[in-house]
Design a protein around this ligand. Structure first.
Ligand code: NAD
Ligand code: A1AUG
Length: 512
């Protein structure tokens, strides 16, 4: 595993801290470039510029891009389709070599990429470095996986005269639609999934993080034939145009609302295309009466408030046995109040602001509802410009309350008291989402029951490093169940790549 990951507590090297700080100063002080749309190897501008203002400081432009026109969206799809055959026909070892060459460049630019991530999203240096490092492991993991599976070509029962081959072949051109919260790691996860399996790509970054994702897109474009990867910028309208266009498949990471809409959309040729959508979560941590409460509080606080709760895997709900609830709440409160909210430039900062006013306003409304229907144990909006929130913990909400059901995507944690593991599991499963979940217990049978009955794809027990977060390529798989995913297979693990391919059998009778 990489030297810095989502469980790290420091960069572990003073030189790295200094390099990051210098890079962040530079990103914040230089005039940010306006990213072009990359189509068939050429840069294209438009008349509409989208801008990202530093969420920490509130006035500096730290990222910008030319929003793609409808013609540019179509041209990007045409370029990707135009290269699909040539890319597919290359030996996979040759494709892997190009992707691994891109990896070398990412490694070389790691600090700058981490600084761009912090400038655009407000994420801390640990989260930013962790994400950049994840990109490296993501590329290696998928290249190794494809090679280990011999390109997913296997011989079936055959005779001397008749060879039977069962192979997986790429669909063609994939749309890759990326979210703001992990704008390089999740982009690379989807993009390399498509590329390594022989598809070409039209990538649409989030309009909240155009620069971070473009930095990665540019590196890959340097190493791949023109048109194999195309990048078009813009918001929901551009994403919609891309999804409605003549692509052979869609890889999407983002909200359930958008993901399921894409899943239900028929392709322009009248038949369904693969839509590999990874979406949100309302992830529970169950704490049993027997649990080590210090480990539980540490794991919950880390997962609930890391990246200001803007992780799909964030712990959003604590479901605790009533016999230990008050003690656990006190421990969570103490830890949450020790967290420093601020600028990633400060080494002490544990969490930055949320990305924009929309999430800020959602949290304000949730705080008002929580005050009315429950108890705000700690946290709230900070009295400073921007969308800074001290970690919020809410208890005493009635069972089934909307604040325990809907993903707010901010540093907002609810605590529900239950009686025993059966009740805990029933409450944990009483949401539409099924992404990650954790349990804290010292009773093996309870842990087994959790693994057997919880309805989610990414499970952890007794993990003080992160109750529900911190999956890593090649270590954990990351599959959303229920409303959290469309395909029943997730990124990072063993079964992701086949989703980018379809099966073909070849029965070859010898001419002799
Ligand atoms: N399961 C996972 O692996 C995972 C990982 C990260 C984030 N997420 C989820 O992503 C969400 C946060 O990301 P977000 O706010 O960027 O999500 P979002 O759904 O708002 O946007 C995601 C992407 O879709 C585009 N988009 C928006 N509307 C579209 C439309 N109608 N058609 C096509 N494209 C459209 C956006 O421009 C962006 O590029 C959260 O719900 C989070 O849980 C899930
Ligand atoms: N891979 C990250 C989550 C990415 C989603 O936002 C984790 O497991 O915590």
């Amino acid at each position: 595993m990489a030297s810095v990951n989502y469980a790290s507590t420091s960069l572990g090297d003073e030189a790295l801290d200094l390099a990051y700080e210098a890079a962040l100063v530079s990103i914040r002080s230089e005039e940010s470039p306006i990213e072009s749309n990359l189509i068939g190897g050429e840069q294209h501008v438009s008349e509409t510029v989208i801008e990202r203002i530093d969420p920490v400081e509130g006035s500096t432009r730290v990222g910008a891009a030319y929003a793609a026109t409808p013609e540019q969206v179509t041209a990007a799809i045409t370029a990707a389709r135009g290269q699909a055959k040539a890319w597919r026909k290359r030996d996979f070892r040759e494709r892997n070599a190009m992707l691994l060459a891109a990896r070398t460049d990412v490694e070389f630019e790691l600090t700058r990429i981490a600084a761009i991530l912090s400038a655009e999203t407000g994420k801390t240096r640990l989260e930013a470095y962790g994400e950049a490092q994840e990109v490296l492991d993501m590329i290696s993991h998928y290249c190794e996986l494809f090679e280990k599976n011999n390109g997913y070509a296997a011989q079936q029962k055959s005779t001397e005269r008749e060879q039977n081959l069962d192979i997986l072949v790429p669909y063609g051109a994939f749309a890759v639609i990326a979210p703001f919260n992990f704008p390089v790691a999740l982009t690379v996860g989807m993009m390399v999934g498509a590329l390594v399996t022989g598809n070409t790509v039209v990538l649409k970054p989030s309009d909240k993080t155009p620069r971070s994702t473009a930095a990665i897109g540019d590196i890959f474009a340097r190493h791949l034939p023109a048109g194999v990867i195309n990048v078009i910028h813009g918001g929901a309208e551009v994403g919609q145009m891309l999804a409605e266009g003549d692509v052979d498949g869609i890889a999407f990471t983002g909200s359930a609302q958008v993901g399921w809409q894409l899943f239900e959309m028929a392709g322009p040729r009248g038949f369904q295309r693969p839509v590999l959508a990874e979406m949100g979560g309302q992830n529970p941590a169950i704490v049993a009466a027997s649990a080590n409460l210090d480990d539980a509080a540490a794991g919950i606080v880390r997962s609930a408030f890391g990246l200001s709760g803007q992780k799909c895997s964030a712990c959003r709900r604590v479901i605790v046995d009533e016999s230990v609830a008050d003690e656990l709440i006190a421990k969570i409160k103490e830890r949450a109040e020790q967290l420093v909210v601020g600028d990633p430039m400060d080494r002490a900062t544990n969490l930055g602001p949320v990305i924009d006013d929309a999430i800020g306003a959602r949290l304000d409304a949730a705080l008002a509802t929580a005050a009315e229907h429950g108890t705000i144990v700690t946290g709230g909006r900070l009295d400073r410009d921007g969308n800074f929130f001290a970690p919020i913990v809410v208890s005493d909400l009635p069972l089934g309350h909307a604040l325990t059901k809907d993903e707010l995507f901010g540093p907002f944690l609810t605590v529900i008291k239950v009686n025993g593991m059966d009740e805990a599991l029933a409450e944990a499963n009483a949401v539409d989402y099924g992404l990650s979940a954790g349990v804290f217990s010292q009773v093996d049978e309870e842990i087994e029951q959790f693994y057997d009955e919880i309805e989610a794809g990414v499970l952890y027990s007794n993990r003080a490093d992160g109750a529900t977060t911190g999956a890593w390529p090649g270590v954990q798989s990351f599959c959303g169940w229920k409303r959290s995913g469309t395909s029943g297979k997730g990124g990072l693990g063993l079964h992701y790549l086949p989703g980018f391919m379809r099966e073909q059998n070849r029965t070859i009778v010898s001419n002799g």
